[in-house]
Design a protein around this ligand. Structure first.
Ligand code: PEP
Ligand code: CO
Length: 446
């Protein structure tokens, strides 16, 4: 299978693309990226696809999480480690709490481009281009910083390479060993109530590991972890320039990340993003918001996964707590009736945002939980499998989402509001969510 040229893709109409001031500079950046080595290997993408086939079949659960928008400045060893820590902690809570294999995917090492509702942002009467993620322009509200600069795409590649290198080093260098469970529970988390619950669970697991060692049943699986990268495939120049033909199979893979998804604002059936991702062989996702009709979902599945290959396609629903119970059943039923094989994942973040009177974009922890509950309820009533969770989180002690065990309120948001885009769950809120979802999963299996 071949992929269309960039010109052909743009001719289809591509939503949410930056308006680059200088075409020649874009061509330069694209040429540079075309020569770069792959960030991920096709074989790794295939492995993830096989794991996601287990999810679609109801035998595994996906945990996908990370920043709404990564920034170049946040690529530090401490930040990357903290994000891995929280994901590993959540994964072990889910695995132990519900006895299901957990497929771990970071919104990491490539999540630098953002769709925006408006092209422009106005502050005090000054209008500038909206911030579209570090892949495109700077967050600072100055004309220079907000002007799209295609060299940033090369910086996305370099920052993603550095991040992936750190992830691979941490995870293969023994950091993901289950014996390190206590070491992941650091700083402010350890002293929080949920940190204490986690610590007790980790001690139980330790005893189980000692037991297995004593009877000679220790397995390699306890000492390493499979972890994959993902991001929204948004800026066509970047994704196209990082597409390579796999020498084993002669088929194209977008080697900028293992798993790529199409956002709510770019999932037009005849648009460039759907066309492009229909041609690459990675496992892919599509966000489905409350306006997605069952017919549209079927058409997307037909186009993106014509061979109905298990694990190839994941639908990530982001309906909002108030809508999920109404709109999800029809989608699932229609897909099922058409015999289409997809994994269903809940993004309980993007349908639950609102702005406070003080101007912060936030989400209520209770709404997040309620949407996940709704997702589980719908799947239970239809006898289908709630395949996973897609969340925006960070390893830091930020104050961006309201609620959770530490009862963060609106007034508390100003203390550490660090997101350059959507509000993320902090470490304790993330861990609380994992315990609650583990309970839902356990109840589901009973
Ligand atoms: C996101 O995942 O950050 C995002 C923009 O989501 P959606 O496309 O669902 O709005
Ligand atoms: Co977001």
């Amino acid at each position: 299978m071949t992929i269309p040229t960039l010109q052909e893709l743009h001719a289809l109409g591509a939503a949410q693309q930056p308006v680059w001031p200088d075409r020649y500079q874009v061509d330069d950046a694209v040429e540079t990226l075309r020569r770069m080595p792959p960030l991920v290997f096709a074989g790794e993408c295939d492995d993830l696809k096989s794991s996601l086939a287990e999810v679609a079949a109801g035998r595994a659960f996906v945990l996908q999480g990370g920043d709404c928008a990564e920034t170049f400045a946040s690529v530090t060893a401490d930040n990357v480690r903290a994000k891995l820590q929280v994901l590993l902690q959540m994964a072990v809570v889910l695995t132990y709490g519900a006895s299901v294999p957990v497929v771990k995917i970071g919104r990491i090492a490539g999540q630098y481009a953002k769709p925006r509702t408006s092209h422009v942002e106005t502050r005090d009467g000054v209008e500038l281009p909206a911030y579209r993620g570090d892949a495109v322009n700077g967050f600072d509200f100055t004309p220079q910083s907000r002007t799209p600069d295609p060299q940033r795409l090369v910086q996305v590649y370099n920052s993603s390479a550095a991040t992936l290198n750190l992830c691979r080093a941490f995870l293969q260098g023994g950091y993901a060993d289950l014996r390190q469970m206590h070491a992941w529970n650091t700083d402010f988390v350890r002293t929080s109530p949920v940190g204490a619950v986690y610590e007790r669970m980790a001690s139980d697991i330790d005893r189980a590991l000692d037991f297995m060692k004593a009877i000679g049943a220790e397995s390699e699986e306890l000492h390493r972890v499979n972890f994959h990268s993902s991001h929204e495939a948004l800026v066509l120049e970047y994704e196209h320039a990082l597409t390579r033909i796999d020498s084993r199979t002669g088929t194209p893979y977008d080697v900028s990340g293992h798993f790529l998804w199409i956002g709510e604002r770019t999932r037009q059936l005849d648009g460039a993003h759907v066309e492009f991702l229909s041609r690459v062989r990675n496992p892919i996702g599509v966000k489905l918001g409350p306006t997605a009709s069952p017919d549209e979902a079927v058409a997307l599945a037909d186009k993106l996964n014509p061979g109905n290959e298990p694990g190839r396609l994941t639908f990530i629903t982001r309906m909002g707590a108030a809508r999920i119970r109404d709109v999800l059943p029809n989608l699932i039923e229609k897909l099922q009736a058409a015999g289409l094989d997809v994994a269903w994942v809940s993004d309980p973040m993007h349908g639950n945002g609102y702005e406070t009177s003080t101007g912060y974009k936030t989400r209520r922890f209770d709404d997040v939980i309620d949407e996940v509950r709704g997702f589980f309820e719908v799947h239970r009533s239809l006898g289908t499998w709630p395949g996973g969770l897609h969340v925006e989180l960070t390893g830091g002690d930020v104050t961006e989402c309201i609620g959770g065990g530490e009862a963060l309120d609106e007034a508390g948001l100003r203390h550490r509001y660090e997101s350059v885009c959507d509000p993320r769950l902090n470490r304790t809120q993330s861990l609380e969510l994992a315990f609650l979802v583990a309970e839902m999963l356990r109840a589901r299996k009973d």
